[in-house]
Design a protein around this ligand. Structure first.
Ligand code: HEM
Length: 150
């Protein structure tokens, strides 16, 4: 199961690592240096490039994770930490899908019309949801690694 685990972890690194960089590094720097119009356009460009990678990561994580569960004998045979990882992963994926199909679309709408204050409110919502997903990602990694070692 080396290759499925490798693909699983590759997806995790791209998704959680990307959220960490966006939230902890780019966000405070952009807030410090850029006025709202430029800052909002920057985030629009960043999300447009990052979200396709997240879709790819979600596909990799889900496919490799389910494949490994089948190799382990199916859902009834695996330990609690894997059920927890699956549940947390699904919540993260639902949050991402909501961000992509709802909030990100609203951000595009307001930026196209140069409605900076509305776009700023939507960006705040995306920031909150990505912050929640970042925490969930850290918790999931903890559950996956520590749960498997006990
Ligand atoms: C949503 C569907 C997911 C499924 C079905 C799934 C399933 C699995 C399975 C079966 C393993 C192998 C466990 C073992 O060999 O003991 C695994 C490993 C792992 N998963 Fe997931 N996973 C999912 C999502 C996630 C997410 C969202 C993360 C992190 C954000 C994550 C992080 C990890 C890590 C770090 C490992 C390696 C654990 C180790 O080898 O110590 N998984 N996953």
């Amino acid at each position: 199961m080396k290759i499925p685990l490798f693909l699983h972890l590759l997806g995790v690194v791209i998704w959680v690592g990307g959220m960490f960089f966006a939230y902890m590094v780019l966000r405070p720097t952009a807030a410090q240096l850029l006025e709202p119009p430029l800052r909002l356009k920057l985030w629009h460009g960043v999300f447009s490039r990052f979200f396709p990678w997240v879709f790819l990561s979600v596909g990799l994580i889900l496919a490799s994770g389910l494949y490994m569960i089948m190799q382990m004998g199916g859902f009834m045979a695996v330990r609690l930490y894997i059920h927890l990882m699956f549940a947390l992963g699904l919540v993260m994926m639902l949050i991402f899908i909501y961000v992509f199909f709802s909030t990100f679309k609203k951000l595009n709408y307001h930026i196209t019309r140069e409605e900076w204050s509305s776009a700023g409110i939507v960006l705040g919502q995306i920031r909150l949801l990505i912050g929640i997903n970042l925490i969930l990602g850290m918790v999931t990694i903890t559950v996956a690694v520590l749960g498997g070692s006990t």
